[in-house]
Design a protein around this ligand. Structure first.
Ligand code: HSE
Length: 315
């Protein structure tokens, strides 16, 4: 039997929502799991790059053995029903750039879990898949939209369960994803964060999170304030070459609501009204080009679907 699952990229944090806000984007990885017949062949994992930004150098850092997130995800699922995985061939068709803050790791965890769950006859429901995936990833902000799609606010409770609610993204707002040609590992981007933050910074983000929920519900200019953050971006901006300058250059562009780091970076998102997108794209492109950084910039809509089974072959 062979199952293929298509999983969207995701952007996390979106300004104030560190480790809790996330949104699915229309860039996809496909994870295919096939039961192989030869005993003793174990688990074989192959990654096939389908995007210029998923280059061989990026793939060198992706473990293909028992240390792979895909392997661990499948193992956790099998173990949850008292079994161990064996004899599986896993192909990952990779379109989501790696180490760019676009949820490539969440997508392969989710793709592997959903495909393996289907192979096993669906022993895990959505809640169980969310818990297993978040146990591996450590936070729910990429995992939840990768599974359920859309713009999502989620929390991970003490018992490991994930609670989420979907929010609407106003049709009037454009999301411009700007992906530079350099990687930033999430581990490095998390290592620069302090273990504790001043109470006034925590309060600042609480205020913006409340504003964010109101702003998306009402298509309000309040979003200009809501996208600000003091918990992670001040520490990470220096890791993203050119970001300070991009922020400065975008400051006076009419209709820009904000520019935020996508997840842990290195990509950034510019959120704006829909009428000024070309200007935004050229500002970001020119600013990075001035620093010899190539980039891929796309204006996209929210992907409302999460992981989807696209083929099932029972032979
Ligand atoms: N919320 C996470 C972070 C997303 O900012 O580190 C990246 O995995």
């Amino acid at each position: 039997m062979k199952i293929s699952v298509k999983v969207p990229a995701t952007t996390a944090n979106i300004g104030p929502g560190f480790d809790c806000l996330g949104m699915a984007l229309p860039i996809y990885n496909t994870v295919t799991i096939e039961e192989t017949v030869l005993p003793g062949t174990g688990i074989e994992i192959n990654v096939i790059a389908e995007n210029d930004l998923v280059d061989e150098m990026s793939l060198e850092h992706v473990p293909m053995d028992e240390n792979s997130l895909v392997y661990k995800a499948i193992e956790l699922l099998y173990n949850s029903i008292g079994q161990s995985p064996s004899e599986l061939k896993i192909n990952i068709h990779s379109n989501i750039p790696i180490a760019r803050g676009l949820g490539s790791s969440a997508s392969v965890i989710v793709g592997a879990l959903v495909a393996a769950n289907e192979l096993l006859g669906r022993p895990a429901d959505e809640a169980a898949l969310l818990s297993i995936a978040c146990e591996l990833e450590g936070h729910p902000d990429n995992i939840t939209p990768a599974i359920v799609g859309g713009l999502v606010i989620s929390s991970q409770e003490d018992d490991g369960s994930v609670v989420y609610r979907k929010l609407n993204w106003p049709q009037e707002w454009a999301i411009t994803v700007c992906i530079p040609d350099f990687e930033l590992s999430t581990d490095i981007a998390r290592s620069v964060l302090p273990k504790e933050v001043p109470m006034k910074d925590a309060t600042f983000n609480l205020q913006r999170m409340g504003m964010f929920v109101h702003a998306v519900a009402t298509n309000s200019e309040l979003m200009k304030l809501a996208l600000k953050d003091k918990l992670h971006q001040p520490y990470r901006t220096k890791l993203i070459q050119g970001l300070d300058k991009i922020n400065e250059n975008l400051k006076h562009v009419e209709n820009v609501l904000g520019c935020v780091i996508s997840g842990a970076g290195s990509s950034i998102l510019v959120i704006s009204e829909k009428n000024n997108v070309d200007k935004i794209k050229s500002i970001v492109k020119d600013t990075w080009n001035d620093q010899n950084i190539k980039c891929d910039i796309r204006t996209v809509s929210v992907e409302e679907n999460g992981a989807q089974i696209i083929t099932e072959d029972n032979n």
